[in-house]
Design a binder for this molecule. Structure first.
Ligand code: CP
Length: 336
């Protein structure tokens, strides 16, 4: 329940003021305390969702999604609506001047005139960079190619900490969990962002286990990514037999994107989860969704299903983030 997490985090509202008018591009931007304060505010919203329904009244969100999305777009839009704001959506870049060759810096300049915040999903990794210098309103990276998806990672960690609030306390090491990631971390934007956040809570992680096929052993991490994990002091283990590894894991993170195309046809069936998988009692499965055949629907009605909670919590997490980015400081203090 969100209230247990709320109680576990001591309030320090000053950090939240620092997010005002900031762009959110990468998970690297957050500090441990900053994350805790965001989760605390998200838990506050989740515990009492109707209480703060007008704080973004008169503000306009530009929701620009140039790749398909169910959760990220709708949960950002739901969060904005729940805070009382208005929304303009672009779901197809070919309906904008970009189709006529307009440069992204000019599009960004126009966004300044029409809205108060932009959420952008683009398959092109560099679009954000091309817009940021021209923007005077904050922009949120909602997935840029295979690079990052920082707000998904925030939602992932928020779900994990609601499941085990002890992980945010000074006794975290006594309750540390083994986190298994199925697939190639360097190729999944949600995982790239999540690993950056896990590195801020090394005491909460007993070990990170990467479950993969032998053929991708050399592609698992980028150099920077590996260095970041090592510097955080988190131990990494790799494994190729999912069923032998599952009984050791407290959190299993699986993602459809890791099994794209040929890879899924070749290895997907070996690395899929079903209700018959030998999961540890009390273990949770996280999946950013949309799912493919790697996550069987027969798990939906088991206690291992935390992926639906993960998606639901994203609304409150995004409410917290938007509040801090777009509201005036005195109103953030009121909410905190
Ligand atoms: N988790 C996630 O990014 O889902 P969508 O692609 O539906 O937004």
């Amino acid at each position: 329940h969100p209230k247990a997490l709320l109680r576990a985090i001591q309030e320090d509202g000053d950090y939240l003021l620092k997010l005002s008018n900031q762009h959110i591009v990468s998970s690297d931007q957050f500090t441990q305390n900053g994350l805790l304060q965001l989760f605390r505010l998200a838990a506050k919203y989740e515990a009492n969702p109707r209480r703060f329904s007008t704080s973004l009244q008169g503000k306009i969100l530009i929701s620009a999604f140039y790749e398909p999305s169910t959760r990220t777009r709708l949960s950002f839009e739901s969060a904005w609506h729940r805070l009382g704001g208005d929304i303009m959506s672009i779901t197809d870049r070919s309906t904008t001047g970009i189709a006529k060759g307009e440069c992204l810096a000019d599009v960004a300049e126009m966004f300044n005139n029409y809205g108060d915040c932009v959420v952008l999903r683009d398959n092109n990794e560099t679009s954000l960079e091309e817009m940021v210098d021209s923007l005077r309103i904050p922009i949120i990276n909602a997935g840029n190619g295979s690079d990052e998806h920082p707000t998904q990672a925030l939602a992932d960690l928020y779900a994990m900490f609601k499941w085990r609030p002890e992980l945010v306390t000074e006794e975290a090491a006594e309750h540390a969990v083994s986190v298994g990631i199925i697939g190639v971390p360097n190729k999944m934007r949600t995982v790239r962002s999540l690993i950056k956040l896990l590195c801020k809570f090394p005491n909460a992680i007993k070990e990170l286990v990467i479950i993969h096929d032998d053929s991708v052993q050399d592609e698992l991490f980028g150099q920077q990514q590996r260095e970041q994990i090592e510097q955080a002091g988190i131990s990494i283990r790799t494994a190729t037999d999912l069923d032998k590894t599952l009984p050791d894991l407290d959190v299993i993170y699986i993602n459809a994107i890791s099994w794209e195309g040929e890879t899924f046809n070749t290895y997907g069936k070996t690395f899929s989860l079903t209700a018959k998988s030998p999961l540890k009692e009390g273990a949770i499965i996280l999946h950013p969704l949309a799912r493919g055949a790697e996550l069987s629907t027969d798990l939906d009605h088991t206690p291992h299903n935390w992926y639906f909670s993960q998606a639901r919590g994203a609304v409150f997490l995004r409410m917290a983030l938007l509040t801090c980015m777009v509201q005036r400081a005195e109103r953030v203090i009121d909410v905190v």
